[in-house]
Design a protein around this ligand. Structure first.
Ligand code: 5CA
Length: 161
């Protein structure tokens, strides 16, 4: 039932519906604000949470989205090497402007602007993952190949060791 979703979560559901695959946003009474919160609410491993981290390219000033396993830290040097440009972590205002969503609920796709996206290859070996869906209480379940499809992202090794 999407009728009870909050407006931001409903916006994400509408975007997911546009792909014609059955992806369903679920809102929890408990928090899904952090990867650990989301794992606790869903009842999955934190590694199965696809967290959306927004950076800013220092060459173009444009946004970059890295979708990382909840168990991993992003290695900025690896990502910079991939892009051929330095990056910095975006601040909350930049994140909201670029994505249309607040930190803690940033979905992997369906943003206010088209955002260049990199996917953590550690997510690709998992059967099922969960991603944020617009609010700090909303997530949806998907497969790694569905994540590739809906984001158009490039899979890479981006984890800090
Ligand atoms: N809903 C959960 C699970 S999908 C979620 O969105 N988790 S998250 O990890 O993708 O989003 C929180 C991330 O936002 C944190 O890991 C952190 O890197 C980033 N963040 C938190 N506070 C700030 C801030 N003030 N400025 C910039 N980034 C922040």
């Amino acid at each position: 039932m999407t009728g009870n979703l909050s407006p931001s979560a409903r916006r994400v559901q509408a975007h997911l519906d546009s792909f014609g695959i059955a992806l369903e946003v679920v809102e929890f009474p408990s928090s899904t604000r952090t990867a650990q919160d989301a794992a606790d609410s869903v009842g999955c491993e934190v590694a199965q949470i696809a967290k959306s981290l927004v950076f800013r390219r220092k060459d173009t000033g444009g946004p970059l989205l890295v979708i990382a396993s909840g168990a991993n830290r992003v290695d900025l040097a690896k990502v910079s090497a991939l892009l051929g440009a330095p990056i910095v972590k975006a601040d909350a205002d930049f994140v909201r402007e670029a994505t249309g969503y607040a930190i803690g609920g940033i979905p992997p796709c369906g943003h206010a602007t088209a955002i260049e996206t990199i996917l953590d290859d550690d997510l690709m070996g998992l059967e099922v993952i969960w991603a944020a869906a617009g609010t700090p209480n909303a997530v949806f379940r998907l497969t790694p190949s569905e994540l590739e499809r809906i984001t158009g992202g490039r899979v890479a090794d981006i984890k800090a060791s």
